[in-house]
Design a protein around this ligand. Structure first.
Ligand code: G4P
Length: 536
C-alpha cells in the first residue's frame, strides 16, 4: 500500500477533511423521468444558479446546460457527460451527468465508475422502466449505493406502497422510505419526515421557479386540514413500521437497501430532503482498489481516473478534454503528473471545472472532485494519472457491441481527416473501431452498443473533422473475444468474421446471431469464444 506522504502539494490531514465533505453521485433514470428538472432543482435549492430554467436545457431556456452539442439540442437528449458542482450545507456535491438515451449506456457505465452513490429517479406513474433497470444493474455490479427518488408526485400516479413493492419484487432492493407523502400522486399535500415524524405542508410556487414554500404543521392541525389523506398516510406509515422498512446504513452502503424519497422536482417538492439525504447518508469518497486490488488511501498523493473523453466541447476552443475523477490526494493546477499507461509526464497547467457548458479554471481539487484536463490528446478512458510512486487503477470494462457498420470517407481526397477523426472517436470511446487486413485501412468497422452512436459519428465526422462518411450496416449482432490460434479457423466459417480492436489489439469475432454462434461452438469445440462484458 502506498504510504500517505506529506509533499509540498499533498497534506494528508487536509485531504482527509476535504474528502469527507465530498459527495460524488449520478442520477440514473429512464428518459423523461425528470433528470434535467431534478438537476436544476438541486442546483436551485443550493443556490448554485439564480433562477430555474438554467440547467434544464430545453426550449429557449438554455443557459448553464449539460448538453452542448448541436445535435443534442436538436434531439433534446443529452449525449455527453458533464459534471456539476453544488456547494451546500458545508458539503461539496459533485453531480455527474449521465446520458439518458439507452444507446449511450456505455457512457453512463463509465460515469458510474466514477461515483460513490447514485440517485435512482422514478416517474411516480411509471415506476421502474427499462433504462432504469439496465442502469440499476450497473450500480448493482459495482456495488454503488442507491437512493431512490419517486418524482412527479404532483401528477396522477401509482400508490406509494405499490411502487415500493415493485422495487423490492423486481430488483430485489429493499426500500426504506425516509419520507412519506400525504395525498395520493396528483393530489400532493405534503411530506411526513419519518426520522422525527414531522409534517411539512407544501405550497406550490408558480412554475417551480423558486424554492417551494414549506409550512410545518403539528399533527392535530395536519389532521384537520388534510383529513382523509392524513388518515391514510398515518395508516400506511404504521404498516411500514410493522414491516420494519426503516433506514439501515449497513445495507444501504452494501447496495442491498435503498432509502426512498417521494417528491416532485418541477414544483421543487421534497428536493431539499433529497439534498439532506445526500449529505447525511451518501458515502464520502473511500479508498479505491488499484489494479492489484490494493486500496489506495485517499490521503495518499494525487491519483485520478479518466472516465470520460470529450472533444470540441466549445466551438471557440477546438480541444480535447479528459474528465478525471480524483481518487486520492490533493490536486493543484500546474502539478506535473505521470500518465500510468505510458510513464510519460502530463502537465496540468490547463485544468478546468466544467459546470454545464461553462468552464472555470480550477486551482485545487480533492478526492471525489472531477477535473477536466484540456489538451488531453494522450489520454484514454480508464487511464490513471498519479503523483509520486506508480499507481494504476483497473480499466473500466466496456459493453459488448451489438451493432456494426463499415465506415468510408465520402471524399477520397480527405482521407487524412477521415483517419484522424475515426481514431479520435475511437479513443474517446464514442464507438469501438475494428480493423482487418481483408477490409483494409480505408474501411474500418465501427462497433456500437446502440445505433444512435453511429449518428453521432456521422455528425461529428462531417462537422468537426470535415470528412463526411457513409456507413454500410453489417449483418452481425454479437461479438466474442477470440485468440490468434482460433482466428484463422473462425475466419473460414460463413457468418463469422475476425477483426482486431484498434485500441487494444484484442481479436474479436463477429457473428450474425446467437444461433449461429451456438452452431459454431458445437461444430468447433476447441475454439476460444469468450463473451465480452455486458453491463458489469
Ligand atoms: P429527463 O431529463 O429525465 O429526460 O426529463 P426532463 O427533466 O426533461 O422532464 C421530462 C418532462 O417531465 C418535462 O416535461 C418536465 O417538465 C416534466 N417533469 C419533470 N419533473 C416533474 C415533476 O416533478 N412534476 C411534473 N408535473 N412534471 C415533471 P416536458 O413537457 O416534456 O418538457 P418541458 O417542455 O417542460 O421542458
Amino acid at each position: 500500500m502506498s504510504a500517505p506522504t506529506e509533499t509540498p502539494t499533498n497534506k494528508p490531514a487536509e485531504t482527509l477533511s476535504e474528502a469527507a465533505r465530498r459527495r460524488t453521485f449520478a442520477v440514473i433514470s429512464h428518459p423523461d423521468a425528470g433528470k434535467s428538472t431534478l438537476t436544476e432543482a438541486l442546483a436551485l435549492h443550493a443556490a448554485a444558479i439564480t433562477s430555474a430554467g438554467a440547467v434544464h436545457g430545453k426550449g429557449d431556456r438554455r443557459g448553464v446546460t449539460s448538453d452542448w452539442m448541436e445535435m443534442e439540442q436538436a434531439r433534446g437528449i443529452s449525449i455527453t457527460s458533464a459534471a456539476l458542482r453544488i456547494d451546500y450545507g458545508g458539503c461539496v456535491l459533485n453531480l455527474l451527468d449521465t446520458p439518458g438515451h439507452a444507446d449511450f449506456s456505455e457512457d453512463t457505465y463509465r460515469v458510474l465508475a466514477a461515483v460513490d452513490c447514485a440517485i435512482m429517479l422514478l416517474d411516480s406513474a411509471k415506476g421502474l422502466e427499462p433504462q432504469t433497470l439496465k442502469l440499476f444493474d450497473v450500480c448493482r455490479a459495482r456495488k454503488v449505493p442507491v437512493i431512490t427518488f419517486v418524482n412527479k408526485w404532483d401528477r396522477p400516479g401509482r400508490e406509494p406502497l405499490e411502487l415500493l413493492d415493485e422495487i423490492e419484487q423486481r430488483i430485489g432492493l429493499r426500500p426504506t422510505p425516509l419520507n412519506w407523502p400525504v395525498g395520493i400522486a396528483g393530489d400532493f399535500r405534503g411530506l411526513i419526515d419519518r426520522s422525527d415524524d414531522s409534517y411539512t405542508k407544501l405550497h406550490r410556487t408558480p412554475g417551480g421557479a423558486t424554492v417551494a414554500q414549506e409550512e410545518r404543521l403539528d399533527h392535530d392541525r395536519a389532521a384537520e386540514i388534510e383529513q382523509d389523506a392524513w388518515i391514510q398516510a398515518r395508516e400506511e406509515l404504521e404498516l411500514l413500521g410493522e414491516i420494519g422498512a426503516d433506514y439501515d446504513e449497513e445495507s444501504f452502503l452494501a447496495g442491498v437497501s435503498s432509502p426512498v424519497l417521494f417528491g416532485a422536482a418541477l414544483p421543487n417538492f421534497g428536493v431539499g430532503q433529497l439534498l439532506r439525504a445526500l449529505i447525511d447518508l451518501a458515502p464520502a469518497p473511500s479508498p479505491q482498489a488499484d489494479a492489484a486490488g490494493v486500496p489506495r488511501p485517499i490521503e495518499a498523493p494525487f491519483s485520478g481516473l479518466v472516465f470520460k473523453m470529450q472533444a470540441n466541447m466549445d466551438k471557440a476552443h477546438r480541444d480535447r478534454m479528459a474528465f478525471v475523477r480524483v481518487c486520492s490526494g490533493r490536486f493543484d493546477r500546474g502539478m506535473v503528473l505521470t500518465h500510468a499507461a505510458t510513464g510519460r509526464p502530463f502537465a496540468t497547467k490547463y485544468t478546468q471545472a466544467v459546470f454545464g457548458a461553462e468552464r472555470h479554471t480550477i486551482d485545487t481539487a480533492f478526492p471525489g472532485d472531477v477535473i477536466a484536463l484540456v489538451n488531453a490528446q494522450a489520454l484514454r478512458v480508464g487511464d490513471t494519472l498519479y503523483e509520486g510512486p506508480k499507481v494504476e487503477f483497473p480499466p473500466i470494462p466496456s459493453f459488448a457491441p451489438e451493432h456494426f457498420a463499415v465506415a468510408r470517407a465520402l471524399d477520397a481526397g480527405r482521407y487524412k481527416q477521415f483517419r484522424r477523426g475515426i481514431e479520435q472517436l475511437d479513443t474517446e470511446g464514442v464507438v469501438q473501431v475494428l480493423v482487418s487486413d481483408v477490409r483494409g485501412e480505408q474501411a474500418p468497422v465501427l462497433a456500437a452498443v446502440g445505433p444512435l452512436q453511429f449518428d453521432v459519428v456521422k455528425h461529428r465526422m462531417e462537422h468537426e473533422f470535415r470528412a463526411p462518411i457513409e456507413l454500410a450496416h453489417l449483418d452481425y449482432g454479437l461479438a466474442r473475444r477470440t485468440d490468434a490460434a482460433s482466428a484463422p479457423i473462425l475466419h473460414g466459417l460463413s457468418g463469422a468474421e475476425v477483426l482486431t480492436r484498434r485500441l487494444d489489439g484484442e481479436l474479436l469475432v463477429l457473428v450474425h446471431n446467437k444461433w449461429r454462434l451456438r452452431v459454431i461452438e458445437r461444430d468447433n469445440p476447441g475454439l476460444v469464444l469468450e463473451p465480452l462484458l455486458a453491463g458489469g
